[in-house]
Every structure is written in structure tokens, then in C-alpha cells.
Design a protein around this ligand. Structure first.
Ligand SMILES: CC(C)(COP(=O)(O)OP(=O)(O)OC[C@H]1O[C@@H](n2cnc3c(N)ncnc32)[C@H](O)[C@@H]1OP(=O)(O)O)[C@@H](O)C(=O)NCCC(=O)NCCS
Length: 147
């Protein structure tokens, strides 16, 4: 799937086209959630995702998102970013629309975590959980071959 957007941008869900070096640099150096993530982990995370969407401008990757799913009950949206010089032009909205609403997993229960982009995801029906239950997490274990 390639979808052309205004301004010479395009979306593509071909994981072989992803520029892993750009994704790794952004996540490991600039993101607030993945600082220090290794190149090997970024490669493995892309290989292990069921859908990966890149945003491209003049052939270069400038945005990214990936989804992990069991293809039956749930999908998790991860590692969403648009490089800073391309923000504020609607690309983040189109990226989320593509991976959540246009893909084969649109009818599943979607999960994500965010510090401050609730307004972006609310456009696609994500609701903040008012949890009577407690969300829990087990941190990644040190000493794994990749982190
Ligand atoms: C979040 C991000 C992907 C949005 O990309 P973008 O191309 O600038 O977004 P858009 O131009 O499509 O606009 C996003 C829309 O969501 C809204 N929004 C809500 N919270 C936002 C936030 N924290 N950051 C950006 N937009 C936000 C914007 O107001 C805008 O709505 P509008 O069109 O009604 O004005 C981009 O700002 C980014 O990469 N941020 C740093 C990484 C990050 O926070 N990723 C999300 C982790 S959960």
C-alpha cells in the first residue's frame, strides 16, 4: 500500500522500505519513551510487528508507526513519530489513520500509551481509561541479548 498525501508526502506500509537508521536515531536519541534503545532492538521490533507504516518525503523516511497484534482480539500502537521539521501539517493524523483505521486490524481493541498526545488519538476513537482496575507493567529485563 502506498498512499500519496499533499505536499509530496506519502505513506507506505512496506516494512522493507523502512530506514532503520532514521527510526533508531529518533527513538534512541529524541523520543521520551525509548532513549538508548539499541539498533538491534529496533530491527527486531520492526521484524516482530504485524504492520509498520512509514511517512516519506522526497524518498526519505520522516515519520513512523508500528502495530503489534494477535490478529484476533487486540492491537497495540507503538513508536509513533513525525520528525520535528515536518510536524503540524496533518501527517501525524494521516499516519495514525493509516495504521489504525485503514489497515486490516481496524476492528480490534487498540491500546497505546502516551504522555501528552491524547488529543491526536481521540480523533480515532481512543478513550482515556478511567480504570477501576490498575494497569500493570513488567519492565524489560537487563541482560537480554537485545534491549
Ligand atoms: C505526535 C506527533 C506524531 C504528531 O505529528 P504531527 O504531524 O505534528 O501531527 P498533526 O499535524 O497531524 O496534528 C496532530 C493533531 O493532534 C493534536 N495533538 C494532540 N496532542 C498532541 C501532541 N502531544 N503532539 C502533537 N499533536 C497533538 C494536534 O493539536 C493536532 O490536532 P488538530 O489537527 O486538530 O490541530 C508528533 O508531534 C511527534 O512526533 N511528536 C513527538 C513524538 C511523540 O510524542 N509521539 C507520540 C507518542 S504517543
Amino acid at each position: 500500500m502506498v498512499r500519496e498525501l499533499a505536499g509530496g508526502y506519502e505513506l507506505d506500509d512496506d516494512s522493507r522500505r523502512i530506514d532503520v537508521d532514521v527510526v533508531h536515531r529518533y527513538i534512541s536519541e529524541e523520543s521520551y519513551w525509548g532513549k538508548g534503545r539499541s539498533h538491534a532492538t529496533v530491527v527486531a521490533s520492526i521484524e516482530g510487528s504485524q504492520r509498520v507504516v512509514g511517512v516519506y518525503h522526497a524518498g526519505a523516511l520522516i515519520g513512523f508507526a508500528r502495530a503489534v497484534t494477535d490478529r484476533a482480539a487486540f492491537a497495540i500502537l507503538l513508536d509513533v513519530f513525525v520528525l520535528s521539521e515536518h510536524r503540524g501539517r496533518g501527517l501525524g493524523v494521516e499516519l495514525v489513520r493509516e495504521i489504525v483505521d485503514n489497515g486490516p486490524y481496524r476492528d480490534l481493541r487498540w491500546w497505546l500509551g502516551t504522555d501528552d498526545a491524547q488529543g491526536l488519538y481521540a480523533k480515532f476513537g481512543f478513550l482515556e481509561l478511567q480504570l477501576p482496575a490498575v494497569a500493570m507493567q513488567r519492565a524489560a529485563q537487563l541482560g537480554l541479548p537485545i534491549r
